[in-house]
Write a new protein. Sequence first.
Length: 242
Amino acid sequence: MKYFFALTTCLLIIQTSNAQLFKKEKVTYDANSGRGSTDNNLLRWGYFLGINNYDFNFDYNEDLRDIYVKRSPGFSVGLIGNLRINEFLDLRLEPGLLITTRELYYSQTYFQGTTFTSSDLIREVKSTYIHIPLLLKVSTKRINNFKPFIVGGFSTALNLSSNEENPNDNTNGQFRTTKNNLFYELGFGIDLYLYNFKFTPSIRGVFGINDELVRDENPDSPWTSNINTMKTRGVFINFTFQ
């Protein structure tokens, strides 16, 4: 329901601002009380709301059936700090809170020669990230009230839901992941200049750099022994207000 509400709100904003966006006259006092465009400020601030969709990318030691990842849309919220370098370049810091859930489904081939139940084939991975990306934003020249851009950079995330230090492992139903993770990110979006604020929808891919799997004590564990690396990948759809 919260995702539907967020999307509905953003659609209403776009619809009610339609006349402002498509008129040829440039908006020159967005969110700045008539004192000129905020694009000329050295520092700018804002916030974002969004939807995330996380996945895992596995590399395997043996050719068994892939582990299926059931993804669920998650929620993102955070702040923006923007440092203007020049007309086309900005350095951006976007600390945020990201919540997501993934479920892993194992094939029975992983448990050959062992006794298992149906619950052993499923592992739920809940993640609550404090996500801090440092991004370089490369924009085109502004066209009326539109300004497309691409963005890329690196990020780190602290997983508050990590059970890395839990002494129990999958034999006790605990699928463990690392607490600290690194990513690189690439995306694109468009700045929409409105009279009272600048609204920016964007889409961004996030790709894990480090292996996030904490392996079981048993080196022959059916849950972790065949996994060489497990790295996060995902998609962010963000709606930014400045």
